[in-house]
Design a protein around this ligand. Structure first.
Ligand code: AMP
Ligand code: ZN
Length: 115
């Protein structure tokens, strides 16, 4: 855990969030500034800053995040209509919170390429 990390504070319960689902390893909550009807953030319950810090020892969290995203897509009713997974990394990637998170976006037609 990182003391000054917003998402670690959500994991600890220090900051409230609209929690959608969780396991021992991952937490899913609604984005505070949703960009689509469904916009859920899925994070590991350990502080991993970004995709850059993924390695053989912690990449299993990404697997848990992926399975969680599928369960939520099913529950949100967007499995058939489609959805998008996004993980932003670093400044050029547009990452603003430095605790790795998978955006699950769906419920509307999403544009491509991203801006
Ligand atoms: P990124 O730009 O990829 O780092 O995404 C960070 C996301 O976190 C943005 O979509 C924000 O709207 C979202 N966010 C920031 N603070 C909160 C919060 N307290 N609860 C839920 N989502 C948040
Ligand atoms: Zn953190």
């Amino acid at each position: 855990m990182s003391d000054d990390c917003l998402f670690c504070k959500i994991i600890n319960g220090d900051i409230p969030a609209d929690i959608v689902a969780q396991t021992d390893h991952v937490l899913a909550f609604r984005d505070i500034n949703p960009q689509a009807k469904t916009h859920v953030l899925i994070i590991p319950k350990v502080h991993i800053q970004s995709t850059r810090e993924l390695n053989d020892d912690n990449v299993h969290y990404l697997m848990d995040m992926a399975v969680m995203a599928n369960n939520i897509a099913e529950n949100e009713g967007i499995m058939e209509s489609g959805y998008r997974w996004v993980i932003n990394t670093g400044d050029d990637g547009g990452q603003t919170v430095h605790h790795i998170h998978l955006h699950l976006l769906g419920g509307r037609k999403l544009h491509w390429p991203p801006g």
